[in-house]
Design a protein. Structure first.
Length: 332
């Protein structure tokens, strides 16, 4: 049997249809060609819901059932609504920031970290679509919030989402990067963030400020079919990953400025930058995913070395205390 047969089905949605649904913006030619940089047309998928919701509606309809959604309207009054790539460049262009590099012939998930002035990154990597071979470098870093705590006031994300990380003492949050207020994500057109789910089974909330990016998702029960994140879901090597031909539950969304994508705990997701993009990712923990979070933390603690193992142990103790109090704490 041809291993491609299982996934070359008439799609439930197409990238062109998604673009019309998401702001009614016509798709550029490279996104709609059959065999161009993206191969969405080969895959059956369900578009992610796009909704304007109150916090209570979001909790009942999407958080509790762990269903992805693109939220609209949440960012309308944020001070960060003014954020743009140029804005960050003017404000922080002289700062040296971490940059994630990918080796041209490396494994899909292999990378190394380097450093570069933000202004140099914007003037070189971000200035044109990535065509230099391999995967484009990316910035995904919490250093902006570490160095400039006032930026947290620009992004009151935790006033909408019940996030138990916000209940932690400030000195505790400062002791591990995965407890940061958020991670700034910057990348050029054609950049790809490989298939993964977020650290320690946290929910991911991607607040999008500039550009357009496409998010492909698979549910947690497809872990074996997506080979624990080792497959490129747009260009799968079916000789190497034959079970991906039978993966189920694919969902897709295109993010526009002002959107927030909610990716529930342990949902696999891969992100492709359709244009240069600026976003922020924040990890969310609450009563809905606390058991998965604690399970991952305990495994991580057992593998970590001192002093990090001690920090994780303290984090587990705090989270177990929060479990007793449950949801509904105001974190605004």
């Amino acid at each position: 049997m041809d291993p491609t047969a299982a996934y070359c089905k008439p799609p439930q949605g197409s990238l062109g249809q998604l673009v019309k649904q998401y702001r009614n913006v016509p798709a550029p030619p490279e996104e709609t060609s059959d065999c161009a940089a993206m191969t969405t047309e080969n895959f059956a998928f369900t578009p992610v819901d796009r909704r304007r919701l109150t916090p209570d509606e979001f909790r009942q309809e999407y958080l509790v059932p762990k269903k992805p959604v693109v939220l609209t309207g949440v960012m309308d009054e944020w001070p960060a609504a003014k954020w743009s790539i140029d804005h960050l460049g003017r404000r922080f262009g002289d700062e040296v920031v971490p940059v994630r590099h990918f080796e041209e012939n490396s494994r899909w998930d292999a990378h190394r970290m380097g450093e570069l002035r933000l202004g140099d990154f914007l003037g070189t990597v971000m200035s044109a679509p990535w065509t230099r071979g391999g995967r484009a470098p990316l910035i995904d870093s919490n250093v902006f919030f570490d160095r400039h705590p006032e930026l947290r006031e620009d992004v009151p994300l935790w006033s909408y989402f019940d996030n138990w990380i916000a209940r932690l003492p400030a000195e505790m949050r400062a002791r591990h990067e995965n407890l940061a207020h958020g991670w700034v994500l910057l990348g050029p057109e054609r950049a790809v963030y490989n298939l993964h789910y977020d650290y320690w089974s946290a929910h991911a909330c991607i607040a999008h400020f500039e550009g357009r990016k496409r998010v492909v998702l698979y549910p947690p029960d497809q872990r074996e079919a997506v080979y624990h994140g080792r497959v490129d879901v747009d260009r799968p090597d079916l000789a190497k990953f034959p079970e991906f031909a039978h993966a189920q539950g694919r969902m897709e969304a295109i993010l526009e400025p002002g959107d927030i994508a909610f990716v529930p705990s342990r949902w696999w997701h891969q992100v492709r930058y359709l244009t240069p993009c600026l976003s922020l990712n924040s990890f969310i923990v609450n009563d809905v995913n606390i058991e998965e979070y604690l399970s991952d933390l305990e495994l991580y603690r057992d593998m970590a070395e001192s002093p990090e193992a001690g920090v994780i142990g303290e984090l587990i103790a705090h989270m177990r205390e929060f479990t007793a109090s449950g949801p509904g704490v105001d974190v605004s």
